[in-house]
Design a protein around this ligand. Structure first.
Ligand code: NAP
Length: 313
């Protein structure tokens, strides 16, 4: 029987998400072989690490694909260099700091005839497909997103998050928007945005968004908060004209329909993402949907800036 050799992959950026999710997901997928990684300082155990991508590729020219797990501010430059060498590219979310950068990467990948995956890990949460099916069968009355977490708990030492291009609370909030845009079956238009920006930061710590679906006219409200202590909340609610109610909790692992729990499954987003990346490469395809990034860009364009108290980690 013919066997296909695993795709040789390198990691760029060896921080929290690379260590927590990418390394184990790649190692548990027989379709990939993790060759090496690079990062200015981080040296996680058990992986050959280089200071930068050029040094890694010089030492390992056999690398065929690269996953860019850096902060977003350097993603475009690194991804462009990676695509220029003809490697397939997996972009962590958000795919870039601007729509212009993201679209340029998509065009360049097409020109180089390689695969580009603009990944949205939350779309691989177990209850997202069931949510899409429930919504497709109903006329919606409204939707609400409540995405509230403690930045000090989940992002210690990540100064990039409040710098320009770091997106602040949109860094987790865009995960909710990636689910919204995957399940709603319609374009989502931003009508109002309140951006609460600490006086010593460049990106918001709290955001309220009012959106509406373009064809269905369904109002969608989102509340993002980065200062949530105690109970952390990553929930999306939908109410239908027929009175039906759906609640997606814990980032998409738990689903309630009309108040009854119908699904509660362990989180397996990154194994799903790497299976998807493998299939895209095998089929010569690209997946680069920027709808969640567009909502964030529109919120920054339309949003009212409100001064919030100084943020001290
Ligand atoms: P992080 O812990 O700050 O790690 C980022 C890593 O990128 C750092 O180790 C840093 O290097 C490295 N880096 C910076 N500039 C680089 C460059 N020019 N070349 C190579 N490496 C570079 O951040 P993170 O939490 O892993 O987040 C990274 C991305 O993943 C963000 O876009 C985030 O939105 C996304 N993400 C994060 C999570 C999460 O739970 N943390 C979940 C999903 C997605 P050194 O440390 O070596 O200096």
């Amino acid at each position: 029987m013919a066997t296909t050799s695993p795709i040789k992959i390198g990691l760029v950026g060896l921080g929290k998400i690379a260590v927590d999710q990418h390394i184990p997901a790649i190692r548990n997928n027989p379709g990939f072989e993790l060759v090496a990684g690079c990062s200015p300082h981080a040296r996680p155990e058990g992986i050959s690490a280089y200071n930068d991508m050029a040094a890694m590729l010089a030492a390992h020219p056999e690398i065929e694909a690269l996953a860019i797990c850096t902060p977003p501010q350097v993603r475009h430059r690194i991804a462009k260099e990676a695509l220029a060498t003809g490697r397939h590219v997996f972009l962590e979310k958000p795919p870039a700091t601007t729509l212009g950068e993201a679209e340029a990467l998509r065009d360049f990948a097409a020109q180089k005839r390689v695969t580009l995956l603009a990944s949205w890990h939350s779309r691989f949460a177990p209850a997202v497909n069931a949510t899409r099916e429930w919504i497709a069968q109903r006329k919606l009355k409204n939707m609400q997103i409540v995405w509230k977490e403690n930045v000090r708990q989940w992002h210690p030492g990540q100064a990039w998050i409040f710098a320009p291009g770091g997106m602040g609370v949109f860094d987790p909030g865009i995960n909710a928007l990636s689910i919204l845009t995957a399940v709603v079956g319609d374009q989502v238009i931003v009508k109002k945005a309140d951006l609460h920006i600490p006086v010593n930061c460049d990106s918001p710590i709290e955001v309220q968004l009012e959106m509406v679906t373009e064809q269905g006219g369904v109002p969608v409200r989102a509340d993002f908060d980065f200062l949530q202590e105690n109970l952390q909340t990553w929930s999306i609610y939908a109410e239908a004209e027929d009175g039906g109610k759906l609640a997606l909790h814990m980032g998409g692992t738990t689903l309630e329909i009309d108040g009854a729990a119908v699904m509660q499954e362990p989180e397996r987003e990154y194994p799903g993402l790497y299976a998807h990346f493998h299939a895209l490469i095998a089929n010569g395809q690209t997946d680069a949907d920027f709808a969640p990034l567009r909502i964030v860009a529109d919120a920054f364009m339309l949003g009212k800036r409100i001064a919030a108290p100084e943020y001290v980690e």
